[in-house]
Design a binder for this molecule. Structure first.
Ligand code: CP
Length: 304
């Protein structure tokens, strides 16, 4: 693929190649000298039009570990505030000889739009409620690391699926790799098209957790929420919040994941998030190696 705009544009072999490359970079970043000189001639711009902690820092670190030159842009401190358009903003940045653009944007399809109008490799770091491909790759990579494979595993995605780009990218990635996927949440937070993706809906949290090997717990996205979708936080937590008591009564261990940031005490309690069943911080750690792999593989296509 020319860009990483979404998991829906990938084939199973693309994911295999990314993971094998990430295995190599994971070994590199655990060495005393964590850097490789692979991208010394590449310049990367990280453009964040929406807030981020993990994705922004993880991309920046991945780029620096590959020895790329890095510039960072946050819309809030930029001339976007004076009315500059997306294309003007990006073309001005590209005129400084930038090769790769990593972009998070609130609009669905912003990465696809950009890829058609500018001459650079584009990596989608989250576009509205649509896709977050590197999150899905690091999530699958973390499942593979913990359970040996993704193929044949049963994954339930719990919570606010409607507003979640993490959910959609995960569904595409997991199904490409041969996992079975269910979603669990209030019917108002499950998109109507979900069955067309080959995903079953389970509205009973206990049944969903009894069924699965892995529960990927989503953040309730209050900032994208309309009152008609979400009656109350207390009610949500009573029906769909994951706590240690629920897990203890399953009679088996399951792997707990969360893309972050966590609403502690809403979709997941602190004891579960910080438990030995949780791989939440492993996901963050793996994000650097996976993003190094994505950037490295795209950079190999740049003609110099
Ligand atoms: N998981 C994730 O995208 O987190 P940030 O919003 O902090 O980047």
């Amino acid at each position: 693929v020319e860009h990483l705009l979404g998991i829906k544009y990938l084939k199973p072999n693309d994911i295999d190649v990314i993971f094998k490359t990430a295995d190599h970079f994971k070994e590199v970043i655990n060495r005393p000298i964590k850097k490789v000189p692979s991208l010394r001639d590449i310049t990367i711009a990280n453009l964040f039009f929406e807030n981020s902690t993990r994705t922004k820092l993880s991309f920046e670190l991945a780029e620096k570990r590959l020895s790329a030159d890095v510039i960072n842009f946050s819309a809030g401190q930029s001339s976007v505030k004076k009315g500059e358009t997306l294309i003007d903003t990006v073309n001005n940045i590209l005129s400084m000889k930038v090769d790769i653009v990593v972009m998070r944007h609130g609009n669905v399809g912003a990465g696809v739009f950009l890829s058609k109008h500018v001459n650079a490799k584009i990596i989608n770091a989250g576009d509205g409620t649509h896709e977050h491909p590197t999150q899905a790759l690091l999530d699958s990579y973390s499942i593979r690391e913990k359970l040996g494979t993704v193929k044949g595993k049963k994954i339930v995605i719990v919570g606010d699926v409607l507003h979640s780009r993490v959910a959609l990218s995960n569904i595409f990635a997991l199904k490409l790799q041969g996992a079975t996927v269910k979603v669990c949440g209030p019917t108002t937070l499950i998109p109507k098209y979900i069955s067309s993706l080959g995903v079953e809906v389970e509205t009973n949290l206990k049944k969903a957790l009894e069924w699965c090997d892995v529960a990927n717990v989503l953040r309730v996205q209050h900032e994208r929420m309309d009152i008609k979708y979400f009656p109350s936080t207390r009610e949500y937590t009573q029906l769909f919040g994951i706590n240690q008591e629920i897990l203890d009564n399953l009679g088996k261990k399951i792997v707990i994941m969360h893309p972050g940031p966590i609403n502690r005490g809403v979709e997941i309690t602190s004891d579960v998030a910080d438990s030995s069943e949780s791989i939440i911080l492993n996901q963050v750690e793996n994000g650097v190696a996976v993003r190094m792999a994505v950037i490295y593989l795209l950079a190999q296509q740049i003609k110099r």
